[in-house]
Design a protein around this ligand. Structure first.
Ligand SMILES: CC(C)[C@H](C(=O)O)[C@@H](O)C(=O)O
Ligand code: SF4
Length: 460
């Protein structure tokens, strides 16, 4: 029978099965970050050791200070240190503060060549789907599953349904991967992918850089999907060659031969198919408190009187929270600050495109740029991007999750409006009462220069 990429990845990892339909899957890579401590607590309560410390990798990101103004409580400082203690106790490698590969787990894993095509990757983090950009089956797990994986290097799962999102054609000027994925989520809804694993395909996806593919897969979870993935190709193989943990020499070439088979069969059938034309995607931004409330930047907040009762009940609290009037024009809405960073948009390419706009003016509102990793930070500095940001009045910070989730004390104050390149705009996401509009690094940088939600196409 014809198989999807997901079918192939799944079948390659099954060790055992149960009568309830669950399969026990072997885990190739287990990433643990500084907010995964509960999983270790469960492991210790069960009096277990880590089964495969060689396949477990730690990254410090959520709690780490990213700028002098990060207000870190005693508790946060304490939590940040626990990962290091666990790494020492169990003997796994952890890339903590002060190391060359410190940064956001979903930026650093790929940089290290740890997320390899065909592998099964888990992490106690919902944005683990990012690694699907390499043709991995990658998904987030909860604390008890972290403990299970630590203790056994395997995980019980039930297979999801499959969905293919095909995007064809060229993206227009000023439109990047982030706009595309916000558009997708707007189209299928924040629950549109529930119970499914999404494979992104089509000529647009094939034309995307490795970084852009990660941006797409990263937000699969915001469409409710279990995971997102893209069949690996030459661009992926080139990216991986010579990375620290990638196979070397002949072994790499042999691996590539196997990796090339990691694609859905021509006639594979998906449970759901969605088709999108790239040219229809505009620079896209969210207005509400769900990623599905995305609109072309030239759009208007929905008119309450035109909505049915269910949508009105859903949107009214969002509009109140976000301080928006029914039917108002999004563009020209004043913002208080801008955040460029997060595992969605803090890679070198994101910073390059943000800098291409930043060099054209001066920030009108406080703008924080947080590279995703030390590697990204160093590369950006080597290219002089930090100087472009600083000259434009943007703040250039150190790597970490930072204002994406405000767990390290970098938050957006209550009632303040922030255009952010991150992936979540839930109530209070960037701090209590914070108002978040999700957008691309291009839109975020253009907004920083005007102090208003801005159509970046005017700045190209
Ligand atoms: C803290 C962590 C477990 C959480 C997640 O699961 O995604 C965070 O990374 C987020 O983005 O909300
Ligand atoms: S950058 Fe944001 S979304 Fe990504 S792992 Fe960190 S907190 Fe989660």
């Amino acid at each position: 029978m014809a198989k999807t990429l997901y079918d192939k990845l799944w079948a390659a990892h099954v060790i055992d099965n149960r009568s309830d339909g669950s399969d026990l899957l072997f885990v190739d890579r287990h990433y643990v970050h500084d907010a995964c401590f509960q999983g270790f607590d469960f492991l210790h309560e069960a009096n277990l050791q880590i089964r495969r410390p060689d396949l477990t990798f730690g990254m410090e990101d959520h709690y780490i200070a990213t700028r002098p103004a990060s207000v870190q409580s005693e508790r946060v400082l304490q939590l940040g240190g626990i990962l290091k203690q666990n790494a020492e106790r169990h003997g796994f490698t952890s890339y903590g503060a002060g190391t060359d590969y410190q940064g956001i787990v979903h930026v650093v894993g790929p940089e290290l060549g740890l997320s390899l095509p065909g592998s099964l990757v888990v992490c106690g983090d919902s944005h683990t789907a990012t690694h699907g950009a390499f043709g991995c089956l990658a998904f987030g797990v909860g604390a008890s599953e972290i403990a299970h994986v630590l203790g056994t290097q395997a995980i019980w799962q039930k297979k999801s349904k499959s969905m293919r999102i095909r995007v064809d054609g060229s993206l227009t000027d000023g439109v990047v991967a982030k706009d595309l994925i916000l558009h997708v989520i707007g189209l299928i809804g924040a629950r549109g992918g529930t119970g499914h694993v999404i494979e992104y395909a089509g000529s647009t996806i094939e034309g995307l850089s490795v970084e852009a593919r990660m941006t797409i897969c990263n937000m699969s979870i915001e469409a409710g999907a279990k995971a997102g993935m893209i069949a690996p190709d030459q661009r992926i193989f080139d990216y991986l060659r010579s990375r620290r943990y990638a196979p070397e020499g002949d072994l790499f070439d042999q691996a590539v031969v196997q990796w090339m088979a990691l694609r859905s069969d021509e006639i594979a059938v998906f449970n759901r198919e969605v088709e999108i034309r790239a040219k229809e995607v505009e620079p896209t931004i969210t207005w509400g408190t769900s990623p599905e409330t995305s609109l072309g930047v030239s759009g208007y907040v929905p008119k309450l009187e035109e909505l049915d009762a269910d949508l009105r009940a859903k949107y009214l609290p969002m509009m109140e929270y976000m301080g928006l009037d029914s039917g108002m024009r999004l563009q020209d809405l004043k913002v208080d600050q801008v955040f460029i960073g997060s595992c969605t948009n803090s890679r070198i390419e994101d910073l390059r495109i943000a800098a291409s706009i930043a060099r054209k003016g001066k920030a009108r509102v406080p703008t924080l740029v947080v590279p995703g990793s030390v590697q990204v930070q160093q590369q950006a500095q080597a290219e002089g991007l930090d100087q472009i940001f600083i000259e434009a009045g943007f703040e250039w910070a150190k790597p970490g999750c930072s204002m994406c989730v405000a767990m390290n004390g970098d938050s957006v104050a209550g009632g303040k409006r922030c255009v952010s390149t991150s992936n979540r705009n839930f109530m209070g996401r960037q701090g209590k009462g914070s108002r978040t509009h999700l957008a691309s690094p291009l839109t975020a940088a253009a907004t920083a220069l005007t102090g208003r939600i801005t159509d970046v196409r005017q700045w190209l």
